[in-house]
Design a protein around this ligand. Sequence first.
Ligand code: PRP
Length: 206
Amino acid sequence: MLNIALPKGRLADKTCLALTEKGYNVSPVEKGDRRLVFTDSDNGIRYFLVKPSDVAIYVERGVADIGVVGKDILLEYRPDVYELMDMNMGVCRLAVAGKKDFRDDTDRPLRIATKFVNVTRNYYAGLNRDIEIIKLNGSIELAPLLGMSDVIVDIVETGTTLKENDMCVLQEIVPISARLIANKASYKFKKDVIDELVRRLKEKND
Ligand code: PRP
């Protein structure tokens, strides 16, 4: 049995579509079933539905053999896993954003609201810019609007959230997309099954 950690939320539909197109049965997710574990016995797969930012934890600990996770999470937490393929979905970017009239005052540390503390720290270390990080867990765009931070470091997908809050991208940090990852030991012991799944996922659709 191959154990796969699937992300809930915005990546879920895209991941399920990719798997269904290749003949895997993820119908409980498509039907909005609330079960967190389900089995596709024909293909010998057990699925776990996991919060996107936790997928890498399940895979790193070997509870799941493989999983689908955003590159943003991999960059932030650097889990000790193999990155097997770019799924070419969930395409977005990590960027610095702020109010349209933002002007940087280099005489003082830049206050940055973000979920991505490590990525932010590394990025500004490379620029030699002093910063103060304000760690938030969601609705990051609110921080500059209320004057709590100067800018944010966050995911930008369509840009709608920024636009509707009179903000804009100031610098792009890195492009992001969903990746298929594998536990290192699983990849040794279940290599054939995992390689077969990767091969099927990479096959072009007719
Ligand atoms: C993400 C991200 C932005 C938004 C960007 O938030 O943090 O707020 O999506 O998408 P857009 O460019 O298409 O508008 P998410 O909806 O995941 O919720 P969060 O605020 O809880 O992080």
